[in-house]
Design a protein around this ligand. Structure first.
Ligand code: AMP
Length: 249
């Protein structure tokens, strides 16, 4: 079977994000960009399924501007066999991405699509769920373990207060949580090999999708600076402050 992994190019998680002076968004020019960490986990999971003989081919798909090819190359270096770039300079919101991925799924016919549970830039946590709804496929979100059967995937989900194990019938959508795996270190030979792997480029129009945003960002602002804390000398002092200053007890 084919497995598809969705990968997004985001501001690197080590970068301190800065808000643009006009408050229209966050600064992305001259900023290090990388693959969304949960998507690295998705590509690693797909690659392991191939290595274990459950998958025949791993396809990495990304939607975004031309530079997003770099992200696909990283996915190919981790272990994906080929990439699909759905190229657009439009601002992409989760619904538009889900529509584009749905069209890619219809072309490629994977039995399993693995996405990150959330992109660390918009923190939307919506795309996998929207894609499952649009395709009318079952979904297993926040996966920390995947066990493949002939026509099913048994997925351990990280839920509030513990773990939940569910079985979904393929084709299905899985979104990755942090503990699913530790993505492998990308080696230089694999980066070199990845350069020879094929990448198809499509446009939203090729897929018959209008990716125009449905939501308008009114303003992006820094969170208010936290006030400095104080050290209390004893428990009685702490209780007094909680009672009389914070008024929380
Ligand atoms: P979000 O719903 O934006 O938090 O994103 C959840 C997941 O959807 C990400 O971890 C990716 O796997 C996938 N995704 C979001 N945006 C894109 C994109 N532009 N291209 C490919 N995959 C994406």
């Amino acid at each position: 079977m084919k497995v598809m992994a969705a990968v997004k190019r985001v501001v690197d998680y080590n970068v301190k994000v800065r808000v643009k002076a006009d408050q229209s968004g966050v600064e992305t020019s001259n900023v290090k960009m990388s693959m969304n960490p949960f998507d690295e986990i998705a590509v690693e999971a797909a690659t392991r399924l191939k290595e274990a003989g459950h998958a025949r081919e791993v396809i990495a798909v990304t939607c975004g501007p031309a530079q997003t090819t770099e992200t696909l190359r990283t996915a190919l270096a981790i272990g994906a066999d080929r990439g699909v770039l759905i190229q657009t300079d439009a601002e992409l919101q989760p619904l538009a991405v889900a529509k584009l991925l749905k069209a890619a799924v219809e072309r490629e016919q994977p039995r399993l699509v693995i996405l990150g549970k959330q992109a660390i830039d918009d923190d939307a946590g919506q795309t996998g769920q929207l894609l499952a709804a649009l395709l009318d496929w079952p979904q297993a979100t926040f996966a920390s373990h995947i066990e493949m059967g002939a026509d099913t995937a048994t997925v351990t989900r990280e839920v509030d207060g513990g773990l939940e194990v569910i079985q979904v019938v393929l084709p299905a959508i899985v979104t990755t949580d942090l503990r699913l795996n530790e993505p492998r270190y990308v080696t230089l030979p694999n980066i070199m090999k990845a350069k020879k792997k094929p990448i198809d480029t499509l446009s939203p129009a090729d897929l018959g999708v209008d990716p125009s945003p449905r939501l308008k960002t009114l303003k992006v602002a820094e969170p208010a600076a936290r006030k400095a804390g104080v050290r209390v000398s004893d428990v009685a002092g702490l209780v007094d402050k909680l009672k009389n200053e914070a008024k929380v007890i």
